[in-house]
Design a protein around this ligand. Structure first.
Ligand code: PRP
Length: 209
């Protein structure tokens, strides 16, 4: 049995559809219930819905053999897992944004509000820029408006959230997409099954490009 951690929500539904198209269907998952675990014994697959930011924790600790996590989460938490393939969905970018009239003054410490503390720290360290990190858990866009920070480091998908809050993206830090990840021990002991799944998903991804 292969245990798969799926990210709950819109991305997770797309991910499940890719597994289904690859031959790992589990029809009961489409029944609209509040159940979180679904399995197809014949196919030897068990799915469970977890919070997107928790997928890597389940996989790293072996509660799931494989899972799908955003590159943002992998860069931020650096879980000890194998990254098997880029599924080319859930695409967005990690960006620096600020008020339209913002001009950086390199003589002053830059105040950066973000959920992604490590990504922001690494990015500014690579530019040798002195920063003061303000860790927030959501509604990051408000920080520069209220003067809590000079800039934000956050995910930009369509850009609508920035626009509607009179902010502008200034720099792209890194493009983001969903990745298939595997637990390191599972990858050794269930290598045939995991490689088969990874290969099917990879082929499907390439066929869609
Ligand atoms: C993310 C991000 C932005 C928004 C960007 O939030 O923090 O607020 O999406 O998307 P857009 O460019 O298409 O407007 P998300 O909805 O993931 O939820 P969160 O507030 O929990 O981070």
């Amino acid at each position: 049995m292969i245990n798969v951690a799926l990210p709950k929500g819109r991305l997770g539904e797309k991910v499940y559809d890719m597994f289904e198209l690859s031959g790992y269907e589990c029809p009961s998952i489409k029944e609209n219930s509040r159940k979180l675990i679904f399995e197809n014994k014949e196919k030897g697959i068990r799915y469970f819905w977890v919070k997107p930011s928790d997928v890597a924790i389940y996989v790293e600790r072996g509660a799931a053999d494989i899972g799908v996590a955003g590159k943002d989460i992998l860069l931020e938490y650096e879980p000890d897992v194998f990254e098997l393939c880029d599924l080319d969905i859930g695409k967005c970018r990690m960006a620096v944004a600020a008020k339209k009239d913002f001009r950086d003054n390199p003589d002053k410490t830059l105040r950066v509000a973000t959920k992604f503390v490590n990504i922001a720290k690494n990015y500014y360290a690579s530019k040798c820029r002195d920063i003061d990190i303000i860790k927030l858990n959501g509604s990051i866009e408000i920080a520069p408006i209220l003067g809590l920070s000079d800039v934000i480091v956050d995910i930009v998908e369509t850009g609508t959230t920035l626009k509607e809050n009179d902010l502008e993206p200034f720099e792209t830090i890194v493009p983001i997409s969903a990745r298939l990840i595997a637990n390191k021990a599972s990858f050794r002991f269930k290598s045939n099954e995991i490689e088969r799944i990874s290969q099917s998903l990879d082929e499907l991804t390439k066929a869609r490009k």
